[in-house]
Design a protein around this ligand. Structure first.
Ligand SMILES: [Zn+2]
Ligand SMILES: [Zn+2]
Length: 185
């Protein structure tokens, strides 16, 4: 039998014969070194350099995304705590619509602020900051209402647990955060 194919050896593991090449830089790669991508097998270096181009965020983009999500989340949270509860079941139905809508607006505000640059961690930070913001908005609202009502500090702190029993707002927060997470991929 004659050997018609040139034997290739992995560029990283010279002892391993292989028949694969990276389809971007043409380097021979063994099965262990190959990374399967939507466009075929590639070597790790090519995958890494492509990710560096894709995730092009600048240093202040992540803090900026967090601050925007926190501030807008607080506004949404204060509104939700103030308005939704008064409507009973309707409040839950409203949360189903308002949650994704608010999340979409926040994600779009972030994407514009960071000029559509991407970072791997952005979706986590923005979604987390949005939930924190919604809780914070509710907290400010609650404290504000108690102060206006002239309640002593003790009653004020006693009212805090009520913040965590608003399932309509919780639903809204989860939907808003998951929308932000999906939009900032
Ligand atoms: Zn390559
Ligand atoms: Zn290898």
């Amino acid at each position: 039998m004659t050997e018609t194919l040139l034997t290739l050896y992995c560029a990283v593991h010279p002892g391993r014969e292989t028949m694969l090449r990276c389809n971007r830089c043409d380097k021979p790669i063994c099965y262990q070194c190959a990374v399967q991508t939507p466009v075929g097998f590639r070597c790790r270096e090519c995958v890494r350099s492509q990710q560096a181009v894709y995730y092009n965020a600048e240093r202040l983009d992540l803090p900026l995304a967090g601050v925007i999500a926190l501030a807008l989340g607080a506004a949404v949270g204060a509104l939700a705590f103030a308005v939704l509860g008064g409507f009973g079941l309707f409040g839950f139905i409203a949360a189903l619509f308002v949650g994704p809508f608010a999340g979409g607006l926040i994600a779009e505000a972030i994407r514009r602020a960071v000029k559509r640059r991407r970072a791997r961690e952005m979706k986590w930070i923005a979604a987390g900051a949005c939930i924190a913001g919604i809780a914070l908005g509710g907290l400010f609202l609650l404290i504000g209402q108690e102060i206006v009502a002239g309640a002593p500090l003790g009653i004020l702190l006693g009212a805090l647990p009520a913040l965590f029993f608003r399932l309509d707002v919780l639903l809204l927060a989860v939907l808003a955060a998951s929308t932000i997470y999906a939009r900032l991929q």
